[in-house]
Design a protein around this ligand. Structure first.
Ligand code: 4NP
Length: 154
């Protein structure tokens, strides 16, 4: 069987989904689980840019350099390339359904549905927030990353 392939999608691909990508990369390496991992945004304002400096600092506090990540827009083709697409909030999920091809291989879900007690909830967008909001976003995506890696351990 081919390795799991996972795409995280938020609005700008500069705050939450790069943090989710980083958290899962770290957890997957630590657990020795091979995965294809990527992130994208539903909006195109930041295409080609590195993550928000505050997201980069948050990742660095957790031991990860994400300065080489570059924002891109999610496309219908992603639904044929990734086995799992996770939306960071319910609006992202709605926007993904809007571009979802009629037939595809991807399982499309809200990310926090993976975390006990958080079904249906958002990873709150820290873009207009402060360092604490970025830390909260990290805690959320890392809890989801832990749950994801556990899925593939057994
Ligand atoms: P993200 O955060 O979706 O977590 O990357 C945002 C980044 C940029 C904007 C909004 C949210 N923006 O409006 O430019």
């Amino acid at each position: 069987m081919s390795q799991p392939s996972i795409l995280f999608v938020c609005l700008g691909n500069i705050c939450r989904s790069p943090l989710a990508e980083a958290a899962l990369r770290k957890r997957a390496v630590e657990a020795g689980v091979a995965m294809t991992i990527d992130s994208a945004g539903t909006g195109d304002w930041h295409v080609g840019r590195p993550p928000d400096p505050r997201a980069q600092e948050t990742a660095l506090r957790h031991g990860l350099d994400i300065s080489s990540y570059r924002a891109r827009v999610v496309t219908p083709e992603d639904f044929h390339k990734f086995g799992h697409i996770f939306a960071l909030d319910p609006q992202n999920l709605k926007d993904l359904h809007r571009i979802e091809p009629s037939r595809h291989i991807a399982e499309l879900r809200l990310l926090m549905d993976l975390v006990p007690g958080r079904k249906g909830t958002a990873v709150i967008d820290p873009y207009y927030g402060d360092e604490d909001d970025f830390e909260q976003a990290w805690a959320d995506v890392d809890a989801a990353a832990e749950a994801l890696v556990r899925r593939y351990l057994s």
